[in-house]
Design a protein around this ligand. Sequence first.
Ligand code: FEO
Ligand code: CA
Ligand code: CA
Ligand code: CA
Length: 594
Amino acid sequence: AGPKADGARGLRFTPVAPNTADTVTIPAGYAQNVVIRWGDPILRGAPAFDPDKQSAKAQAGQFGYNNDFLSLLPLKGERGRQVLVANHEYTDEVLMFKGYDPEKPTREQVEIAWAAHGLSVVVVEEDRGSGKLTAVTRHQLNRRLTVTSEFRLTGPAAGGPLLRTSADRTGTKVYGTLNNCAGGTTPWGTTLHGEENFNQYFANGSSATDRRYGIGTGASERKWERFDKRFDLKQEPNEAHRFGWVVELDPYDPDSTPRKRTALGRFKHEAAQPRLTADGRPVVYMGDDERFDYLYKFVSSKRMKKGNDRAAREHNLTLLDEGTLYVAKLTGDSPADEIDGTGKLPSDGEFDGSGVWIPLATGDVSHVPGMTAEEVYVFTRLAGDKVGATKMDRPEDVEPSPRTGRVYVALTNNTDRGKSGKAGPDEANPRNANKHGHILELAEKRDNPASDRFSWRLFLVAGDPKDAGTYFAGFPKDKVSPISCPDNVAFDPHGNLWISTDGNALGNHDGLFGVATQGERRGELKQFLTMPNGAETCGPVIQDRRVLVAVQHPGEIDGASVEKPASTWPDGPGRIVRPSVVSVWREDGGDIGV
Ligand code: FEO
Ligand code: CA
Ligand code: CA
Ligand code: CA
């Protein structure tokens, strides 16, 4: 079979059938290669990966573990090359180290894990003629940022008492970034990285705010507090306040210190994707991935400067430090008794309504009664609680359409919706025990990203299309792929939304899907690829001639270990499982899905 099939422009491929194969399955007429794997050397002096001879020093020069968000940026003057930026969300020690004992990690294992977290910058090169993409090792832009690299806190909360520790009296200098999940790419050439489940790295939480952020009262899962006291909140109570931010990185300046932007608030940041107002101010959309947590946006008060000269670049690195942070409140337009928790459409035929962005703080001014601005930024979840923001079904990645300006929010699932003592269904989160999640489409009033009013409707209600409680923007359900647990989202050059999934609750592996958001094929969802055993689909980046995906945590299945692997991807039997980035292209060299 060839690569061509019926579909919206950009989605003319034969959909891949749902499956449980231990491989990356792609459409007929397409080819793939593994671009880079966990452990591949990217810095000068880093050794080739040897699973039996790992060291922290080696790992600090190698590609990190569990690649999640990916960004591909242009590289001027170097033909066929681009700059790949990747998040390394977390480590899976039982799949990294032989004989790992979770009760007794060694210092060496912990230090390797520190070096396997964080971010990678690596230049990649196209193999002209085949579409294959490979890493350029030792390029001057290549970079690793880990749990021991220096980051700077900036913006209104930086330097405040809540961010000071015994090691940093200035409250501005932090070592490390943690649990970088999804992210975003700015129009001024930097990348944004959400610090998501940072709570798991800290021991001995005690305050009410620690509790609201899910920090446990005992030892941490990885026991890092045994090797660095800053992870023990009994000894260093403010250290956890220095994580849970959006990080901004300038991948073109290998000497720059990445910034944690306090103006964007502190929560379990899944992702952050900006778009510009008509007068050039960035507006950043952000989700807090927790059951019953909130959707946010930040509106900068400063305009982006065009151009790539030093003055413009320096100015643009201040855009995310000044502005207003908002949280979303959504109201349905159908009677509440028509939202019965099953996913049945209300009588007006749509889950839809209006919304307001409630301001939380502007610079040093708090808009939340009883909280200072500093408290709003550091304990943003509590600010959202106070103003009555809408409790969502785990807001993951958020992506504004570059074509229409409409904003798409992946709400991955919420099996607690409707349980006793928990919030019941509402029109924006209409299913109880929501196993498969949904995608919300938000339109700012008059398409002004800085507006404090919006309308919204559900674009997809995920699941098996045979299930009556699913919805695909009204498209006939016998013509769409089943989908469960949407997570990272991205747009292709044609304006189609691409959705990667994490946690498929339909019995098949996770995958990557494309769906038209406009025209008569709006809602026609098609599966483009599937993941190996235990893996989540991340990235993705969709260019004219390439789809790039991160295969995160392959082989992560309960009871699996290095000795008893649950996957042989990507290198086959007898080789250690390695999270990796995959490039997919059309064998005949044509554009994806055209
Ligand atoms: Fe790291 Fe919400 O996914
Ligand atoms: Ca309605
Ligand atoms: Ca995610
Ligand atoms: Ca995205």
